[in-house]
Design a binder for this molecule. Structure first.
Ligand code: LLP
Length: 422
């Protein structure tokens, strides 16, 4: 699913590194990322933008929520990326990773006053405001600091992205953004607030979208609104088209090229004097990462055969949460065991703790498996359920290997807890 992942003499390699040796060295479960794949994914955006007149001066703001490891943020910061954050915690990570606050946009429906203060002090580029009360709170907080907060309204264009219902965000019934019909009035009010600087408009319609047409539909609606605002004297400087472009999880998924997604949008923006911001998450990291796990036990049952592995839903929640498919392949192929159909499950005490259903694999205990396309919303959504320390994270770069997060220890997990007094 990524060209950086190859099989040489039966052994899976990521860039120049054999994944079995990496599993020996760092243990499992372990997330592994490819710097080359991260760079390639970012360049796909940068190249598409450079090739289009309306793409000059565009800003790619990596959606930190997809994977917030500092090393990943640092790779993107070095490539010139901005960042889309949804919390003060993510802002702290961006700054710790060397990100430029002037390239940060702040999304999210529940920004606290403290987070607003933190972001204003850092000097971020834009707040993507999602409601009228949020606008009032931001105006008040900026006033206390003697600043003007640059804002976009996140407008809900009510288009159907045709993706999983849990990850579509641009429908009327979703909690996100300002209703399309109310946006104009709220812009008019924002323009009167002393500590608000109206600068842009924003939308995000959902995630894992493989058909680019809903993006065009959403932008059409947004640009209609931009024109109506201009007619009443509210001139915007940028359009933020959100994230959401999908990736290939299975070999036959039709993954659109970034330029085929961006070009129609940039065509519509051409000649308008608006700069464009985007917030891709999954597309930049999803196929740049995988999760290594070890088979603990094989448990053939009459009805189903189970392969119990050392990674679980706490490490990779997507299968349990969305019934998502991750390709599962052996790290070292074996020919001395028959292929069988397995349920790949973790040790967590939940029937929903599965990583893959009905997978044809030749396995023996101790074998390593790689769960592919796990770079996005993998580690970022992991938990400590069942008091399971979170996995180690490693980044390969050519033949080099860097440990970018060591495995958690059990002692760390309850270090903040206390017994009751005697
Ligand atoms: N911008 C905003 C405002 C968002 O809410 C999101 C994702 C993004 C950008 C980045 O979207 P992307 O390019 O990654 O699709 N946990 C789910 C995905 C949740 C997406 C939430 N919002 C999953 O594992 O599929």
């Amino acid at each position: 699913l990524a060209p950086e992942l190859t099989r040489i003499d039966g052994r899976l390699h990521l860039e120049g590194v054999a994944l079995d040796t990496l599993a020996d060295q760092y243990g499992t479960p372990c997330y592994v990322y490819s710097r080359a794949a991260l760079t390639r994914a970012y360049r796909e955006y940068a190249d598409a933008l450079a090739a289009h007149p309306a793409g000059q001066g565009a800003l790619v703001c990596y959606a930190v929520k997809a994977n917030s490891n500092l090393a990943i943020l640092n790779v993107f910061a070095r490539l010139g990326a901005g960042f889309d954050i949804v919390s003060g915690g993510e802002l702290a990570r961006v700054l710790a990773a060397g990100g430029d606050p002037a390239k940060v946009v702040f999304s999210g429906v529940g920004k606290t006053a403290a987070e607003m203060r933190q972001a204003l002090e850092a000097g971020i580029r834009c707040f993507n405001v999602e409601s009228a009360p949020e606008l009032d709170r931001l105006n008040a907080v900026a006033g206390e600091l003697g600043k003007r907060a640059p804002i976009s309204l996140r407008v809900n264009p009510d288009v159907d992205p045709k993706t999983h219902p849990y990850i579509s965000t641009g429908l009327k019934e979703n909690k996100f953004g300002v209703a399309f019909d109310e946006a104009e009035a709220l812009y008019a009010r924002a323009a009167t607030l002393p500590h608000i600087a109206v600068t842009g408009i924003d939308c995000h319609i959902g995630s894992q979208i493989l058909d680019p047409s809903p993006f065009v539909e959403a932008l059409d609606k947004i640009l209609g609104l931009v024109d109506r605002l201009a007619a009443r004297g509210i001139a915007l400087h940028h359009v933020d088209i959100g994230g959401g472009l999908g990736i290939r999880y299975q070999a036959d998924d039709a993954e659109p090229k970034v330029r085929d997604y961006l070009n129609p949008l940039l065509d519509k923006l051409a000649g308008r004097g608006l700069s464009v911001v985007m917030e891709p998450g999954r597309r930049l990291v999803g196929n740049a990462g995988l999760l290594l796990t070890t088979v603990e036990f094989l448990k053939p049952n009459a009805a189903k055969s189970f392969a119990i592995v050392d990674a679980a839903m706490n490490d990779l929640a997507r299968p349990a949460l969305y019934d998502a498919w991750h390709e599962i392949v052996p790290v070292v192929e074996r020919s001395d065991a028959p292929a069988r159909t397995y349920e790949i499950v973790g040790p967590v005490c939940e029937t929903g703790d599965f990583l893959g259903h009905d997978r044809q694999l030749a396995l023996a205990p101790g074998d390593r498996l790689a769960l592919q396309s796990a770079g996005a919303y993998g580690m970022a959504m992991s938990s400590n359920y069942n008091t399971r320390p979170r996995a180690a994270e490693v980044m390969v770069d050519g033949a080099l290997v860097h440990l970018v997060r060591r495995r958690e220890t059990v002692a760390e997990l309850y270090a903040g807890e206390a017994l009751l007094p005697k």
